[in-house]
Design a protein around this ligand. Structure first.
Ligand code: SF4
Length: 351
């Protein structure tokens, strides 16, 4: 009964989301990849424009990287855009352009994991599947009172229960609607640090609500493991500017932000001794007066210090990766976010 209420609430409050107006397997692939690590509000502003530019698999598979990155601008995490294109190319070349229509087939495609494959089938095809990410695992753990440590273990456990027909049994409504409603709930009333149970359509049947302990689910990871996973990283971002051009290098396949251009960057210090993303700075630099800003990527909390330099001093800093001049006024879509931020600080300072 609660699930019916939940679906009714979701369908009346969120029917305007652009990716819910017309659902296709391709459209669901695009929206799901966009929604990873990006808020619904941001994706709302980009989804339709992106689909106008690349309305189907073929147009995306044949797109140039430059056009793709321009269309992706504003969504961040450009690796996802490249991944999306690779997936389209793979389907276009290996499935004669026909979108695979089972979770198993989709999971054989590089770049598609358990969450995305289940989301495509549940939402794009309205078939029996459950797309379990951090939001869904939280809602489901609370609703059923599952006492399993959050993360991959819990997600695996939920899928096992689902496939063994131990949760959402006798569910006769739409799986598309179920997945979307659970996603909506995780984003609104059933958040990680705040549960507005009084407003929630599921409250009558929710175990966590009955126990008055919503925030105790899902079980936290061991604190030691959590600390182990996070690292501090202090980077030196070196800006060599000539007119409207800046020296930068293209990140390789194995590096963060692969394919994007980044200003010369050196590691000043890090708590991760195994990190190989940038060369180490091994000359003395006076960091006291440098402008700083913070960013983050995966498990790294990054402090960026910006150094304005010329080519001679860059050489003395020991940066050996091959660089090229990039016209930053025309090339912003290809520059990494941190490089752009550093550039903006320096340009604003010199106005
Ligand atoms: S009743 Fe509370 S804990 Fe249960 S699903 Fe709703 S918001 Fe989450």
């Amino acid at each position: 009964m609660s699930l019916k209420k939940l679906i009714h609430w979701s369908q009346s409050d969120f029917k305007e989301l652009p990716w819910r107006k017309k659902r296709t397997l391709y459209g669901t692939l695009v929206s799901e990849i966009m929604l990873q690590q990006t808020t619904v509000g941001t994706v709302k502003n980009h989804y339709e424009k992106f689909l106008q530019k690349f309305p189907d698999l073929q147009s995306l598979a044949l797109a140039s990287e430059e056009d793709l990155l321009i269309a992706w601008k504003g969504l961040g995490y450009y690796r996802r855009a490249r991944n999306l294109k690779k997936i389209s190319e793979h389907i276009f070349q290996n499935h004669e352009g026909k979108f695979p229509s089972t979770v198993e087939e989709l999971q054989l495609i590089p770049g598609i994991g358990p969450y995305t494959s289940n989301a495509i089938i549940a939402i794009g095809k309205d078939a029996r599947a459950l797309a379990v990410d951090a939001n869904l695992e939280r809602v489901i753990a609370r609703y059923f009172g599952l006492k399993v440590e959050k993360g991959p273990k819990l997600q695996k456990y939920i899928l096992e229960l689902f496939h063994a027909n131990k949760i959402f049994t006798d569910f006769k409504l739409s799986y598309r609607a179920l997945n979307e409603a659970l996603m909506d709930l995780g984003r609104t009333y059933c958040q990680a640090r705040k549960a507005s149970c009084e407003l929630c359509p599921l409250k009558m049947d929710c175990v966590a609500f009955k126990q008055q302990s919503a925030l105790k689910y899902p079980l936290e990871k061991n604190i030691k493991d959590k600390i182990k996973e996070e690292h501090d990283l202090h980077l030196l971002r070196i800006l060599v500017i000539k007119g409207e051009k800046i020296l930068a290098y293209k990140k390789s396949e194995k590096e963060w932000l692969s394919g994007q251009f980044e200003v010369p960057t050196l590691i000043i210090s890090t708590t991760d001794k195994k990190l190989k993303q940038y060369p180490m700075l091994d000359v003395q630099v006076d960091l006291k007066e440098l402008t700083r800003f913070k960013t983050g990527i995966t498990k790294y909390k990054i402090l960026n210090s910006i150094l304005l330099a010329d080519q001679t001093s860059l050489k003395k800093l020991g940066f050996k990766i091959k660089l090229e001049w990039r016209k930053f006024s025309e090339d912003q879509a290809n520059l990494s976010t941190a490089s752009l931020k550093a550039l903006k600080y320096i340009l604003d300072k010199n106005v």
